[in-house]
Ligand binder design. Structure first.
Ligand SMILES: [Zn+2]
Length: 426
């Protein structure tokens, strides 16, 4: 549950809550609705509309393994309970890490736990962000970068290093695109944000560039040593807020000096103030998806039927990589072969559906029209809506079709999503 309920007057609709642990104001929220509860175990459960609960408890069944892994690596979970609230489809974001209860998008319910890294991410905030909070949003990267690193460590512990590396490799692809296109300032970890749009701060830079900074520090100290350092960092600053200077001072005093690491101040500054990735960043291995590269080459150059290729064991991350690597000008025959073998248009996984739709929309093939219309009118998460509407807007023959759908779908979107999408789709 959330804060303790200390008094309830249902007749008058008055509820009183008590929270003994200090939290910053952005971690206070109210959820109001026809909300039910189903337990996963004695420490965790799922809140949400009744229709979601069975599926969500199955999807999030590994939450206690993730908490145990985090306890072991970073010190005891400080908040007592850890629950999840599945929000309605109009929730525009992936998740929000309130203490004791994370709010999550229903798009994470895929039936195969393939997007459960989001749960690991929100849980990681129980240490980074909620226990030790950024002093203000100029230091957002402290919350999101350290959290993304902790998330990756939890995913490696519970689901294996291979999956964690695949997820990182996909995120790094997105980060590189962001760095190439972001206006000055938006590509730095430590940015002043004066006169800039704070909404744009929540991009891959704070998350994945911040994560790569932590990964580089871990490579210098050793991964286990760095886990121990982070555990100490969370203890030293528990229930307090910190800024970038505090973090750098802490790294100097508690990571670098005791271990006599040969890190230079200049290298730390390159991470924090540089507009690109430092040349010495520890990137995911180029072999991470070599199996997929090989299969794709076989299909495209040797005319081997897709049905004979071994794809049954592929992870969702491998499918996403495959989709991103497909040529943008697929022939009608290739498109039909992909669809008949893999059924991407009917995928329940919003990541896969979006990658596929972004590929097919410019080809103007009717195969995507009905599923896309259904998706746009039932999903409200901006991560998917923005690239879909942008691709439609960039395809002149689809613009009228898009505007008609948008006018119908718009009232189902969150106001923040409307604000962004009006500029693209009206
Ligand atoms: Zn986060």
């Amino acid at each position: 549950m959330s804060a303790d309920v200390v008094a309830t007057d249902r007749d008058n609709g008055v509820y009183q809550f008590q929270m003994d642990q200090p939290v910053p104001s952005y971690l206070i929220a109210l959820a109001v609705g026809d909300i039910h509860f189903k337990a996963i175990d004695e420490r965790s459960g799922v809140y949400g509309e009744a229709a979601w609960l069975d599926e969500a408890t199955r999807e999030f069944a590994d939450v206690s393994k993730l908490i145990d892994a985090a306890d072991e690596l970073y010190g005891q979970f400080a908040w007592g309970r850890y629950d999840l609230l599945v929000l309605p489809s109009s929730f525009p974001f992936g998740g929000m890490e309130y203490p004791r209860i994370a709010f999550v998008t229903p798009t994470v319910l895929t039936g195969d736990r393939s997007l459960v890294s989001m749960v690991a991410h929100e849980l990681a905030h129980a240490w980074s962000g909620n226990l030790v909070t950024n002093a203000n949003w100029q230091h957002l990267w402290l919350n999101e970068g350290i959290t993304s690193y902790v998330e990756s460590r939890l995913m490696a512990k519970v689901y294996g290093q291979k999956r964690a590396e695949q997820e990182l490799a996909l995120n790094v692809e997105e980060l590189k695109k962001t760095l190439a296109s972001a206006p000055t300032g938006y590509n730095k970890l430590h940015n002043q944000w004066r006169g800039q749009d704070p909404e744009q701060a929540f991009n891959q830079v704070a998350y994945t560039k911040g994560m790569l900074f932590m990964r580089w520090l871990a490579a210098q100290a050793g991964i286990d040593e760095f886990d121990r350092y982070l555990q100490g960092y969370f203890q030293r600053h528990a229930f307090k807020s910190v800024d970038t200077n505090d973090f750098v001072a802490d790294v100097q005093r508690y990571l670098i000096e005791p271990r006599q690491l040969s890190l230079k101040e200049d290298q730390l500054r390159q991470w924090l103030d540089g507009t690109d990735l430092p040349a010495f960043a520890v990137m995911p291995s180029p072999d991470t998806f070599s199996l997929i590269d090989g299969i794709l080459t076989t299909w495209l150059t040797e005319q081997v039927p897709l049905s004979t290729l071994q794809t049954r064991q592929w992870t969702v991350q491998e499918w996403l990589y495959f989709l991103r690597r497909l040529p943008r000008q697929l022939s009608e025959v290739q498109l039909a072969e992909l669809e008949s073998n893999y059924g991407f248009s009917a995928s329940r996984n919003a990541e896969i559906f979006t990658e596929w739709a972004v590929l097919v929309i410019p080809l103007r093939h009717p195969i995507i029209d009905e599923p896309l219309k259904k998706f746009l009118t039932t999903v409200g998460r901006v991560r998917y809506l923005e690239p879909l509407y942008r691709t439609l807007a960039n395809t002149p023959q689809k613009r009228e079709w898009m505007r008609k759908i948008y006018r119908d779908a718009r009232r189902g979107y969150h106001p923040q999503a409307q604000l962004l999408l009006d500029k693209i789709a009206l």
